[in-house]
Design a protein around this ligand. Structure first.
Ligand code: ZN
Length: 246
């Protein structure tokens, strides 16, 4: 197939503009500003759930602590009753029973008091955790700022995409009959439809062309259309580009 070097070069320019546009669209899909916003929102969510859980745990502990305190008062009352009875009872057997009960009550009270101390410490830790969610206000401010940065980045990339789309349309409408038809057909396939040869490498699939193919290409006139034997992309040879630039 023959085609004027200028039209071949125009096809190459259209393909290059398409690549630029694809790059911008890909970048728009994974803006670093979006990743940063997701990170901030995720960490706030975790913080809030953690804070809420701590509040629940602190409330549970509060009930346990009240129970322990009431147990301790009962045990103290029992010890006191035992002591008073000891003062009044003369019977040896009864006195021994009272002493035994007083001693076991004291041990239970000490155990309960130790537990109460532990629970109080845990409650303080949970309260400190729950307090952290107060930092949510600060985090919300960071999130609002990150959201603004993202909106700015999105506006910017959308504008650049719009410019690239316009340029691409201009380049495509600059293609004449056969060139337009071939470009349309090549664009249906995956990958870059038209590329340069970079040294020995196809600019579309990045495979190295064998020496025989390159040798054949060199022998062809500038208006001869050539294709990559590996990927089928149209290759605009240096000789063709040189003529197109004249
Ligand atoms: Zn190729």
């Amino acid at each position: 197939m023959k085609m004027s070097p200028r039209q071949q070069a125009a096809m190459l320019e259209a393909a290059q503009e398409q690549t630029r546009l694809d790059g911008l669209i890909a970048r728009a899909a994974c803006l670093p500003e979006k990743a940063e916003l997701d990170r901030l929102e995720g960490s706030l969510r975790r913080e809030l759930t953690g804070g809420a859980r701590s509040k629940l745990n602190a409330a549970d502990l509060g009930r346990d602590i009240a129970k322990l305190q009431s147990d301790i008062s009962k045990l103290i009352a029992r010890e006191k009753a035992d002591r008073l009875s000891l003062g009044a009872v003369e019977d040896k057997f009864e006195r021994r029973e009272l002493q035994r009960d007083m001693e076991s009550t004291r041990r239970r009270r000490l155990r309960t008091e130790r537990k109460l101390e532990e629970y109080k410490k845990m409650q303080q830790a949970y309260a400190a955790d729950a307090q952290r969610s107060v930092g949510a206000e600060e985090a919300n401010k960071d999130i609002a700022e990150a959201r603004e940065r993202l909106a700015g980045a999105e506006r910017d990339i959308r504008a650049r995409i719009a410019v690239a789309e316009t340029k691409l349309q201009e380049r495509i409408s600059a293609l004449e009959g056969d060139a337009a038809k071939l470009y349309g057909k090549l664009s249906q396939a995956n990958g870059i439809p038209v590329a340069k040869i970079d040294g020995r490498t196809c600019g579309s699939c990045f495979m190295e062309l064998d020496v025989g193919t390159l040798h054949d290409f060199d022998a062809l006139p500038a208006d001869q259309v050539t294709f990559c034997p590996e990927c089928g992309a149209m290759l605009v040879r240096p000789a063709t580009l040189a003529v197109a630039m004249k």
